[in-house]
Design a protein around this ligand. Structure first.
Ligand SMILES: NC(=O)c1ccc[n+]([C@@H]2O[C@H](COP(=O)([O-])OP(=O)(O)OC[C@H]3O[C@@H](n4cnc5c(N)ncnc54)[C@H](O)[C@@H]3O)[C@@H](O)[C@H]2O)c1
Length: 433
């Protein structure tokens, strides 16, 4: 089976490399020539654990993987073509910007000359895959292609494992022929008994948005309960533990913090609300989730400023810049939102992140980059732990507060014990404690 993947972002590249690992001849296409050149030299354009090894193996040894910037030269032999381009938010009304998907659909329609299955793997609002079908059928007879929705559930930071050991694979299709081809494609996962959920195209599209929206809802819910805990002297981590043991609830996504960020949840929640609005459906639960999350980072920033009495000219240490650990993705990073507000107050932001500093500095030139967490903490009045990278979990705080000064620490991810840090002279603030 020959595969073509259009878009080599986090999803496209992982999809391509993992399908090559499954043994398929795979070509990945991106319109960004610089990116394609880098990839052809085994250089990954972003940080993701394990991806460079897979690239090296399948580009140079098995030669199952190749990259091209020319869509027209690359898709005609493919049995399955995946659309994995971005679907960012139009921001104002929250609608997904589908212009990249429409462009690709149009390009595909001009460049296929044998039967193939065309798959939307990008996260797309319900109705999009049908519209892709309409665009292609303007040039290609409907017997000569099938359309499938196969949303992706991988998480940055653990993307290879998520792709190769998924909880489930969702396939939205409309006939047996395309279902069989997709089942054959995912056959390597039979070994680990992965559930394949076959649905209609519309259902598949909704599954993706409903899943991300539900996870986002858990996060906003636990953050609201965290605020209540702070007020009444309860501990959100103990509350979450007590809740999460209940199998009906589950322990995941019950970590209080500065709100959800990243390249998916914020935009997907807004797009799902937009879809409901357009269909006159009350999804006000999700509107509340979204509104609270938008305000969450402001609330947290205000707490930092007021509790530590931060003023113009002060310095802070900001540990962690990416939106979560194990990635250099800074899209909608809460740490950077906090940094921008503090920079506007003329506060010096001494920052450190294991891999995201280059990306962060490009968009936020005001950041003072440090070579490690300790350097970032030098002469800082406040330390903010913004991302729970492993290397921030066992910092030597005696080294940081040698003089036992009054130093503030805002542990937005609750990775430290308040008691221990208070004993070391810190004014410690966790989240929901
Ligand atoms: N990032 C994630 O963790 C994640 C997880 C699951 C689903 N998704 C969804 O997958 C989709 C892709 O996300 P991403 O994070 O990989 O995006 P991304 O922005 O990292 O990558 C998109 C890539 O598509 C390329 N592209 C755009 N138009 C093109 C065209 N006409 N021809 C060829 N290449 C083109 C861009 O150059 C870019 O490299 C989105 O819909 C997203 O919501 C993302």
């Amino acid at each position: 089976m020959k595969l073509a993947i259009i878009g080599t972002g986090y999803v496209g590249l992982i999809t391509g490399a993992c399908f090559a690992e499954f043994g398929y001849e795979t070509i990945c296409i991106d319109k960004d020539e610089k990116r394609v050149n880098e990839l052809n030299n085994s250089k990954c354009p972003f940080f993701e654990p394990g991806i460079e090894d897979l690239l090296n193996k399948h580009l140079n040894k098995t030669k199952l993987l190749s990259f091209s910037s020319s869509l027209s030269n690359s898709i005609s032999n493919a049995d399955i073509i995946f659309i994995t381009v971005g679907t960012p938010s139009k921001r104002i009304e929250g609608e997904a910007d589908l212009s990249y998907v429409w462009n690709v659909a149009d390009e595909i329609s001009k460049n296929i000359n044998k039967y193939c299955v065309i798959v939307t793997k990008s996260t797309v609002p319900v109705g999009t895959t049908r519209e892709v079908q309409n665009i292609i059928s303007k040039k290609i007879h409907e017997e000569n292609f099938d359309i499938v929705s196969n949303p992706e559930f991988l998480r940055e930071g653990s993307a290879i494992n998520d792709f190769t050991r998924p909880d489930r694979v969702v396939i939205g299709c409309e006939n047996k022929k395309s279902e069989e081809i997709m089942r054959e494609l995912y056959k390597p996962l039979n070994l680990i008994d992965t559930q394949i959920v076959v649905t209609s195209i519309e259902t598949s599209e909704i599954i993706k948005y409903a899943s991300n929206s539900f996870l986002a809802t858990k996060i906003s819910f636990i953050n609201q309960v965290a605020n209540l805990c702070e007020k009444v002297g309860a501990d959100i981590q103990d509350v979450a533990q007590g809740m999460g043991i209940d199998k009906r609830i589950g322990a995941k996504f019950l970590d209080a913090g500065p709100g959800y960020g990243g390249s998916c949840f914020p935009k997907d929640v807004k797009a799902f609300i937009n879809t409901a609005d357009k269909n006159d459906i009350d999804l006000s639960i999700l509107s509340a989730v979204d509104k609270f999350n938008d305000g969450r980072v402001v609330e947290i920033t205000n707490k930092i400023i007021s509790k530590s009495n931060l003023k113009k000219g002060d310095s802070i240490a900001l540990l962690g810049l990416s939106f979560k650990p194990n990635t250099d993705d800074i899209r909608d990073s809460t740490s950077l939102k906090i940094a921008k507000t503090l920079n506007d107050m003329n506060i010096k932001i001494q920052s450190y992140d294991p891999v995201a500093m280059k990306n962060a500095k490009e968009e936020n030139p005001f950041l003072v980059l440090c070579s490690n967490a300790y350097e970032a903490c030098n002469n800082a009045k406040v330390i903010i732990i913004g991302t729970e990278w492993n290397e921030f979990r066992a910092l030597d705080f005696k080294k940081i507060n040698k003089k036992k000064n009054k130093l503030y620490i805002f542990d937005l991810r609750n990775i430290y014990s308040p008691k221990e840090l208070k004993e070391l002279g810190f004014d410690y603030f966790g989240t929901g404690k």
